[in-house]
Write a protein that binds this ligand. Structure first.
Ligand SMILES: C[C@@](CO)(OP(=O)(O)O)[C@H](O)COP(=O)(O)OP(=O)(O)OC[C@H]1O[C@@H](n2ccc(N)nc2=O)[C@H](O)[C@@H]1O
Ligand SMILES: Nc1ncnc2c1ncn2[C@@H]1O[C@H](COP(=O)(O)OP(=O)(O)O)[C@@H](O)[C@H]1O
Length: 288
């Protein structure tokens, strides 16, 4: 049986700025992306019949063409007129609709896997071009590591690898639609834009405190007023010793960067004990 087991890793945005809006409604961004050690598991098995079958461990996720892994498989199977099929068994651990690119990373894993299983010979660049048709974050999920993402998120420049540190993740029991957040973003002269270039300089220096100071996410201005519990979680994390804490992507997940294993463990235990968030993970920076 021909099969592959892959890890689809989650991301956080160390910095997220929106610099304009395109005519098609998509926004021009400048984001510092970072992979973390939190992943879904994606098993792909080649089938002799030309079908795409998806199973997931989450009852509320679609297993039809609305699942991003289905879309990724179909895209390559159609383009390369592959006469066989695939069975995809998806085990989700990355919170859904959380600002951590779980779905995009699953799709990236399937593009990567089908390219390998059927010997399509596509380069990473060629896979990224197909990935952006599924979602703006898919090209980054194929690349991983520390990167500057521009355009709608698909123009990628690798950056100096982020200094390793413990990361605390906390997601309140709410889901946020990325489209809603972008649609409700109002950019004007009062908008506080994060200093993305300054953040990159601190990453190059490997200065964790400097990185923490320069973190910023312009989408917080939309999501936090709708879900004020995000601000409370950020404050709790900082109180418990995070160098800084911020919402990832369109939210609602909050991540905190720590400079000590002892502090992060204490904060993790405290978050679990006090039920401060629905899901809490103690993880770390993943570099390629
Ligand atoms: C905000 C970010 C930050 O990394 O991540 P998440 O919060 O989704 O994890 C990304 O920009 C999200 O990328 P992704 O989730 O792949 O977006 P897509 O599926 O392509 O688009 C969902 C919707 O978001 C809006 N959208 C997305 C990307 C972008 N640069 N401008 C936009 O306006 C569009 O309205 C689109 O219909
Ligand atoms: N494989 C998948 N994993 C997660 N969500 C998926 C998947 N396929 C489709 N979706 C849909 O995509 C939406 C957002 O997915 P997700 O990638 O988890 O969010 P975000 O981009 O905020 O990190 C969800 O509403 C979900 O129904």
């Amino acid at each position: 049986m021909k099969k592959l087991n892959l890890k689809a890793l989650a991301k956080i945005n160390l910095g997220l700025d929106v610099v304009g809006k395109r005519e098609d409604g998509y926004h021009e961004v400048r984001m510092v992306m970072q992979t973390i050690h939190l992943f879904d598991s994606v098993e792909i098995i080649v089938l002799e019949n030309p079908v795409i079958k998806v199973d997931t461990n989450l009852y509320y996720l679609p297993s039809n063409e609305n699942n991003l892994v289905y879309k990724a498989a179909k895209l390559l199977i159609d383009e390369f007129k592959i006469s066989k099929g695939v069975y995809i068994n998806l085990k989700k651990f990355i919170p859904v609709a959380a600002g951590m690119a779980g779905g995009s990373s699953d799709a990236a894993a399937v593009l990567f896997g089908i390219n390998k299983l059927f010997n399509l010979g596509l380069s990473l660049e060629e896979l990224k071009k197909r990935g952006v048709k599924i979602g703006a974050d898919v090209p980054y999920c194929l690349m991983r590591g520390t990167a500057l993402a521009e355009g709608i998120g698909e123009e990628l420049t690798p950056l100096h690898p982020m200094k390793k540190c413990p990361v605390l993740i906390a997601k309140p029991a709410i889901s946020v639609s990325t489209k809603f957040v972008y649609d409700n973003l109002k950019l004007n002269e009062k908008t506080v834009h994060p200093d993305i270039d300054g953040l990159i300089k601190e990453i190059e220096k490997g200065n964790l405190r400097g990185i923490a100071k320069k973190m910023g996410n312009v989408l917080e201005s939309v999501t936090i007023p709708v879900h004020p519990e995000i601000e409370l979680i950020k404050n709790e994390m900082k109180d418990k010793g995070a160098l800084n804490a911020m919402m990832s992507g369109s939210g609602p997940t909050v991540f905190g960067l720590f400079d000590s294993q002892t502090k992060v463990k204490e904060a993790y235990e405290y978050f679990r004990r006090k039920n401060i968030a629905d899901k809490v993970y103690l993880t770390s920076i993943f570099n390629v």
